[in-house]
Design a protein around this ligand. Structure first.
Ligand SMILES: C[S@@+](CC[C@H](N)C(=O)[O-])C[C@H]1O[C@@H](n2cnc3c(N)ncnc32)[C@H](O)[C@@H]1O
Length: 270
């Protein structure tokens, strides 16, 4: 089997498939939790209204919709394996495309801005797809990638959360995800000849009552976690109660955003 033919099983039929009953809740929870950070990162770049943008693994679409509004003279292509949570009527300059980004290709230099969030950690060919994405950038174009970096489960202040997070991380790992790859992003972008490489982090919040963003994520992974036998339904019930306690607050992961720019074409000296 070549690396190229591998389809990320968790998003086709597995743990994270759109057939999973809680996928919409999970995608919305992700958006509530990180959109403000993502938008700040993108806003701080020298965006132009005419930018052509590509949103990889667009999910429920919040960033694609935001880019379409921010770049009204350009266009936004929102691509995902499964586009059922995307609404192409949200903007006239929005194109929704159902495709597998591990095999899809675009003409070199097609986009001024390419963004992806929580996508590459799931792709077995993550480094190779980053390299291909840099070639889709127009000279001067930006690649912005945001991925999770999970902190060690056994450093949680709660023994129960230590076990729940260990089971969660294992379920993701068993489904091909790499939850620490994000750390290599700045280096990877620089190795792919991007310039002005920079990065920022956003701390995840588990617990804290209404501040919690993790219950939908754990709920979706629960069947896989229970099947492992490391945690029980009783553990999950206690975990749900713990998250409602405003005095329990934990930081299970950091979202690392890294970005870089394809250098402008230099004028020929001949
Ligand atoms: C964790 S969700 C993140 C969604 C969105 N980027 C966000 O952060 O709100 C990952 C998304 O990537 C999509 N995806 C996973 N593998 C993909 C692939 N090979 N090609 C295109 N999309 C993919 C999934 O269908 C899902 O919508």
């Amino acid at each position: 089997m070549t690396q190229h033919s591998a389809t990320p099983a968790p998003y086709r039929t597995g743990l994270l498939s759109n057939e999973a009953p809680h996928e919409r809740d999970r995608l919305r929870s992700i958006q509530r939790s990180v959109d403000a950070f993502t938008i700040k990162v993108i806003q701080d770049l020298p965006l132009e209204a005419s930018f052509n943008c590509l949103e990889l693994g667009a999910g429920a679409g919040s960033i694609a919709y935001w880019l379409a509004a921010r770049c009204p003279e350009g266009r936004v292509v929102a691509v995902d394996l499964d586009t059922r949570h995307l609404d192409m009527r949200r903007a006239e300059n929005l194109e929704v495309q159902e495709a597998d980004i591990t095999s899809e290709d675009y003409a070199p230099g097609s986009f001024d801005l390419i963004h992806a969030r929580y996508l590459f950690c799931h792709l077995p060919q993550r480094d190779e797809v980053i390299a291909r994405a840099t070639r889709w950038l127009a000279p001067g174009g930006w690649l912005i990638v945001e991925e999770p970096y999970h902190l060690p489960a056994d450093t949680s202040p709660s023994p129960l959360v230590q076990r729940v997070l260990a089971a969660y991380q294992r379920a993701y790992r068993d489904n091909g995800a790499d939850m620490t790859w994000a750390r290599s992003l700045p280096s990877l972008l620089a190795h792919n000849a991007l310039s002005e490489v920079s990065f920022a982090g956003n701390l995840g919040c588990m617990g804290g009552g209404t501040k919690d963003r993790w219950l939908p994520l754990i709920t979706q992974a629960a069947p896989a976690m229970l099947a492992d036998g490391v945690i029980t339904q009783e553990d999950l019930t206690q975990f749900t109660t713990l998250l409602e306690d405003p005095a329990f607050i934990d930081i299970p992961q950091v979202t690392i955003a890294a970005w870089g720019r394809r250098p402008e074409a230099t004028a020929s000296t001949h």
